[in-house]
Design a protein around this ligand. Sequence first.
Ligand code: URP
Ligand code: ZN
Ligand code: ZN
Length: 464
Amino acid sequence: MSRTLIRNGLVITASDELATDVLIEDETVVALAGPSISQGWTADTVIDATGKYVIPGGVDAHTHMELPFGGTFASDTFETGTRAAAWGGTTTIVDFAVQSMGGSLREGLDAWHAKADGQCAVDYAFHMIMADVNEGSLKEMETLVGEGITSFKLFMAYPGVFYSDDGKILRALQKGAETGGLIMMHAENGIAIDVLVEQALARGNTDPRYHGVVRHALLEAEATSRAIKLAQVAGAPIYIVHLSAIEALAELTRARDEGVNAFAETCPQYLYLSTDDLARPGFEGAKYVCSTPLRPSEHQAALWRGLRTDDLSVVSTDHCPFCFKDQKELGVGDFSKIPNGLPGVENRMDLLHQAVLDGHIGRRRWIEIACATPARMFGLYPRKGTIAPGADADVVIYDPTAQQVISAETHHMNVDYSCYEGRIVTGRAETVLSRGRVVVDKGAYLGAPGHGRFLRRDTCQYLR
Ligand code: URP
Ligand code: ZN
Ligand code: ZN
């Protein structure tokens, strides 16, 4: 048995800030105690965390490694993407296995296991994207929930690719209510968006910034409202992914105020980037094409407020990187052909720590939205998302004073640009432990592909 002792740090969880030492045996946290007790502890490895925070490893509940999209694949593999996650202090990802049209959920899940198993630097789990809701796939939901795939993403956007009509959505929600599976919704009215895309292109409006124009905020709000109402009809909870618009947040807030079990995440890009980035000169704006799209900067204050009031419960990255060269460039002359998605798995913990320094959120709320709540929402708590006896020893020694300049030159994601190029943030993961193993230490990578294990998840812990 190996014992690791983390001394002299400030342990921050979603509920507490305690000057306490942490004892780890093999892969598990076994005790927290102040010096009067911990001085009696012996360990093979002692980590001095004086002046540092000791926080749970980040839980990023929305990533897309190797996602096929728009004729190409997201550029991070499970190996490169989870390594980058570890560098950024994230020790659990929940990625999306994809059902193909005409295929079964099982085939999609097997394909994602084949990509991820033996490759990951940190622990990983899967949601399932349902691209083809039918009798067979609805039946499969129950089996998958039993196997730890307890959430299913549906799309109100992308007709002909991932899109489900309201009838299919209602059926999936009903099955979710029956089985405990949580339906996650990409809430944009894709039928209306496609009309606006066609009209924009016919007018010669082909630049990346039109991606933001046609994906109108009201079409996000309308879909958010419709999704929530369909969930109410089905008697099911719902989780809205990548919420970006004030108008959509208003729909969510109204429903929550009425007591509906509607949850939502937003992403760092909506908190820090805007349509000004989409409108960068030349084709540069393509780097910022994602869906839902970036909004005018006025939306940011509302999203921060939503995070403070808990109308927004989680910050995930929706990490879905495409290189500018050759991948984003597929959309030169036609914004609708730019692959949708941004890189970010490495930057989330630091951008949210910067939000603490900027006064948007408190320190415990930082841990709540980035670690504890995603773990609870997706059935991983308290194994993940906290530091407590019995939890996996996914622990980050975080230096709250280290300054860094975010750049593609220095990041570890397999993508040739950073959305945050040149941005200075204060705070950095100094040492990262994944199930007791040091995977990053003071600028050195010590992890390995295959260390990360597949996590069978429980059902959403807000509903039990
Ligand atoms: O632009 C995005 N968000 N790409 C990834 C797929 C999705 O809809 O989450
Ligand atoms: Zn989506
Ligand atoms: Zn996504």
